[in-house]
Design a protein around this ligand. Structure first.
Ligand code: ZN
Length: 129
């Protein structure tokens, strides 16, 4: 298992971590298999989406905020229920095939760490299978 940490810079922050993961796979010397990326946090997640036009992830933030507003009739005393709900909605892991020593992502795909209650230091776990 490999891991690395990142620092997010705002309450909602989508960080493209594709290159970090590609480097780990290259250093591990794995040519064929799969890579599981896991986020061990309850107010963050990980997803795959377009990394060509940054507007896509900004729209994702708008859409998630519309679906799950920050304030509402929530019970959780910490006051960050929206972040917990977004975390569950987005999910905590993605698995990407590895072929020829590279992530078999589509042309427009990138792997994004999704912060929903930042800024914070966050950990990302990578299991190469
Ligand atoms: Zn909480």
């Amino acid at each position: 298992m490999e891991s690395f940490t990142i620092r997010t810079s705002s309450r909602t922050d989508f960080k493209d971590i594709t290159n970090n993961i590609a480097s780990l796979i290259a250093n591990a010397g794995v040519t064929k298999g799969a890579c599981m990326v896991y986020v061990p946090h309850t107010t963050a997640g990980v997803t795959i989406n377009e990394n060509a036009d940054p507007a896509v992830m900004r729209d994702m933030e708008t859409i998630l905020d519309r679906l799950i507003p920050w304030t509402g009739s929530y019970r959780h005393s910490e006051g960050n229920s929206a972040a917990h709900a977004k975390s569950t909605l987005v999910g905590h892991s993605v698995t990407v095939p590895v072929q020829g020593g590279k992530l078999a992502l589509g042309t427009w795909q990138g792997i994004y760490f999704c912060e929903f209650d930042g800024p914070r230091n966050r950990e990302i776990l990578i299991q190469i299978l």
